[in-house]
Design a protein around this ligand. Structure first.
Ligand SMILES: NC(=O)c1ccc[n+]([C@@H]2O[C@H](COP(=O)([O-])OP(=O)(O)OC[C@H]3O[C@@H](n4cnc5c(N)ncnc54)[C@H](O)[C@@H]3O)[C@@H](O)[C@H]2O)c1
Length: 321
């Protein structure tokens, strides 16, 4: 396996950089394709001389030949900001649907055997069953979620039609060092600007699962390895935690990590207290399937994941009392 060639799109991003490091450590030959729109090449500094980095945009790839002899594509490139899909739906269509189609087409043309696709819990929308299993209906309430669902369906279709193994991982909220979007980052940036007040999006009762980055990378690599032996297999897994945490609890942990004592105000965007229209109020994925079939389980709770991340980002962003 160690001479296996792997291509990671979005490898200079938050999740992608940790995945790249792990696969290099495991001895794989890794090519990273990233347009550096939200990515930062300094995230790859510890391994930059051991990978091939190609600056390219997967919406209109200029270097398709990088797919030659690749065994597996981990497709993570996307704009992960759910919020902007409300005002700029075209961005998410292009970044998820068009880009994923391009990746699948290049995989077909160059005979790539496996595609691992970064999907999202947002495909379920406002699920009524908690924890939500993979066979629950797909009913997204954001264009981001719809675009992720479309990418998954396309990936599974390429599996059935062309014999590519498709692993679609429906990630919960992933957190850890190097994160530059989402609630913890937003709160810390606000505190950096004005430590005396803190405006929180939503009424604070939003409740979701958070997963630490090392748990996420373990799940991603283990799910991929589980699928390797098959031919045209479709593997859809929730990748989340055994518990949830509310936004109010997150706010407390972030404030504690920063050392500030701001006046907190909550700003609900909808009558039922969401952070923005299209924000899922409650998310808790069932992870029974990946635990049973793949043998993975999270090592850290949602609270521990938030706490560690808040402490790391306080240092990285320089947000100190
Ligand atoms: N972080 C989470 O909580 C979370 C949850 C569910 C799903 N996901 C998905 O996981 C993936 C990675 O998320 P992340 O949190 O690491 O985000 P990120 O923004 O840190 O990383 C995305 C990377 O993709 C690159 N990129 C974006 N558009 C590109 C394009 N057109 N061509 C080439 N490169 C491009 C960016 O420069 C960046 O390096 C995304 O697909 C995201 O939707 C993330």
């Amino acid at each position: 396996m160690s001479n296996t060639k792997i291509l990671i799109t979005g490898g200079a991003g938050f999740i992608g950089s940790f995945l790249t490091e792990r696969l290099v450590e495991l001895g794989f030959e890794v090519i990273v394709v990233d347009n550096l729109s939200s990515g930062d090449i300094s995230r790859l500094s510890s391994i930059i001389d051991r990978i091939r980095f190609v600056k390219d945009d997967v919406k209109s790839p200029r270097f398709p030949e990088v797919f030659r002899d690749v065994n597996t594509v981990f497709h993570l490139a996307a704009n992960p900001e759910v919020r902007i899909s409300i005002t700029e739906p075209q961005v998410h269509f292009n970044e998820n649907v068009l880009a994923t189609f391009n990746i699948l087409e290049l995989s077909r043309k160059y005979g790539v055997k496996n595609v691992v696709y970064a999907s999202s819990s947002t495909v379920y929308g406002d699920a009524k069953v908690m924890p939500t299993p993979e066979d629950y209906p797909i009913q997204p309430i954001s264009v981001y979620g719809a675009a992720k669902a479309a990418g998954e369906i396309m990936c599974a279709t390429y599996a059935r039609l062309y014999g590519i193994n498709c692993v679609a991982l429906r990630y919960a909220n992933i957190v850890g060092p190097r994160l530059r979007h989402g609630v913890i980052h937003d709160l810390l940036i606000k505190l950096k600007k004005d430590p005396s007040t803190l405006e929180v999006l939503g009424d604070g009762s939003q409740e979701k699962s958070y997963l630490y980055i090392t748990d996420t990378i373990n799940a991603t690599v283990m799910a991929w390895q589980h699928a390797l032996e098959s031919n045209g297999g479709v593997y859809i897994y929730n990748v989340g935690n055994l518990d949830t945490i509310t936004v109010k609890e997150i706010v407390n942990l972030v404030i504690k990590a920063s050392g500030f004592n701001p006046r907190i105000t909550y700003r609900p965007a909808t009558p039922d207290g969401r952070g923005w229209p299209g924000d899922v109020k409650r998310m808790w994925l069932s992870i029974d399937k990946i635990m049973r079939e793949v043998g993975w389980k999270p090592m850290m709770s949602s609270r521990e994941a938030i706490d560690l991340t808040a402490k790391a980002l306080v240092e990285e962003l320089g947000v100190h009392a």
